[in-house]
Ligand binder design. Sequence first.
Ligand code: NAD
Length: 330
Amino acid sequence: MSQTEDLHKRLQELRETINTLSYQYYTLDKPTMSDYEYDMMYRELENIEKEHPEWITPDSPTQRVGSKISGGFAKYTHDRPMLSMGDVFNDQELREFDQRVRDDLGGEDLEYVVELKIDGLAVNLIYEQGQFIRGVTRGDGVTGEDVTNNVRTIRTIPLRIDSDSPHMEIRGEVYMPIPAFEQLNSQRRDDELEPFANPRNAAAGSLRQLDPQITAQRKLAFFAYAIGGTVGIDIPSQEALLQDLKAFHFQVNPEYRKFTNIEDVITFIHSWDDRRDTLGYATDGMVVKVNSFAQQARLGNTVKIPRWAIAYKFPPEQAKTKVLGISVSL
Ligand code: NAD
């Protein structure tokens, strides 16, 4: 077999494996591989496709967000797609992201807002004249599952907000706090049921229950961090949005900070290396967002990811030890 044929075979293997893993992760809420291993395979696939763009097909996992949605819930098409996010794994890649953003903005000054990346599942909450009317999972990014009755059981989601907008979409992360996750798994072990692999899967499995009574017992919580297709509201920046979300009585994660240069962003990110385990909820990284919405709009999105934000993924626990031990970065 030629080298090209070998590479094409590898591409097919990767696609097949990634599709299976995505199905297990998103649809069944039962991952069989660590996120880090998954991310590395995904990267390998992206690199092969970069080298051979003629091999990209619309059904490649790199071309879509999330995975197929299950049949148990009504489907709902988001007014504005719920995108995924590009990811980086080291400081150098963060600097490259910064350089691209600055080049695209023609060297203009800019600010970044840096937030914890909460390891839960993204949902879209729709309010009309201040009344909560619908809650939908991200699903495949275009269409999600209508989980309204389950969302209503989450105590930190206001059912009425002080707004007369005819249509407002609030987006954020449904997550399971770690004490609730530990309690749930210990109960499941007592009941001889399979424990959940991690708080993210526990949250997703709990929100996607057909019986809202079960969801109600699961102690889910919600952090708001974004806005979707919304009428009659003018917000200039991510920082202002987070303030407004607080004023609407949503929970906003308090750990966000604003910076004007990437080196300070990097220092802030690393300040979490040793203390992220103490938060009481799971995070899998940090999200760096261009603050100004006008600049975000100029940077735009690809079909899959915004060009104005990037997720820095924390190294998995074993890799972290290795990094400390022989001081290499991943
Ligand atoms: P992602 O998790 O890398 O990033 C995008 C998501 O981040 C958003 O949709 C949102 O849900 C979340 N988020 C959390 N906090 C946020 C904040 N403050 N601001 C904005 N967004 C925030 O992308 P993805 O498409 O949801 O998932 C891909 C990832 O899922 C992979 O990188 C991998 O880690 C994991 N995955 C793992 C397996 C496995 O087998 N282990 C399989 C499939 C996917």
